[in-house]
Design a protein around this ligand. Sequence first.
Ligand code: GLP
Length: 277
Amino acid sequence: MSQFAPDSLRIRDMRLRILPDARAVSLAAAEIIEAAIREATAARGQAVLGLATGATPEGVYARLAERHAADELSFRHVTTYNLDEYYPISPVDPRSYRAYMHRHLFGRVDITPNRAHLLDGSVPESAVAEHCAAFEGWIESDGGLDLQLLGIGRNGHIGFNEPCGLSVDEARRLRTRLVELHPVTRADARREFGSAEAVIPTALTLGVATILAARSILILATGAHKAEAVAAALTGPVTAHLPASLLQSVSPRVTWIVDQAAASALPEALAAASPIG
Ligand code: GLP
């Protein structure tokens, strides 16, 4: 990511943009992703993106699909790796992230099917560890992630790396694996599953280590319900109890784009943040 808007701030050495609303966040994020695709394609012949699901990036994917429909953007040289997937789940279950990605992006652009990767919620239980290790191996053999797109959970999770009591060092070494979802995550997944009880309680997630290794990290948050997590991740201690705070440990590679509602618990920190000249 090379060009940053003049409204960027720097906080704990991370870039932060605060925009009026969710639509502005989506447009700004899509612009950065498009620039990353162009730069990486020009430099290495392909762009490797880490992608996220959830409500937050829907507008980003809509914008990227729009740019493709207008003949302004191609995904022919783009390879993608998604952050997470419920487990076990069928890839054609509409609640699966595989189905989500097809609806919002893959089915609407010219990406090559064998370059759009998700962790597979239908592998046998005995093969989960092998599958997770293979997924990391694919990312590595593609040269690593040029850009990792992230959302943030209300509990500060990234991907499905949930709050936990590990030391910072241990948390930073977490690999791709099967995890149990946190109660707040299950409550928030009611949107897809109808009730918290119906949410599949386990999932596969890219590890913190793989996320932090991305050459750039773009994290988005919109809405007042994210304000506490955003403030803690940007201004609180680095701790595995709030996984998004671990991004502070790779700060120069991190850009936050949030709307005013998600920034509403930040005022004091903002006064201390320095504008990027
Ligand atoms: C979900 C996903 C995350 C996502 C986060 C925020 O459960 N596993 O990858 O970033 O929680 O979701 P939303 O954007 O819907 O608030």
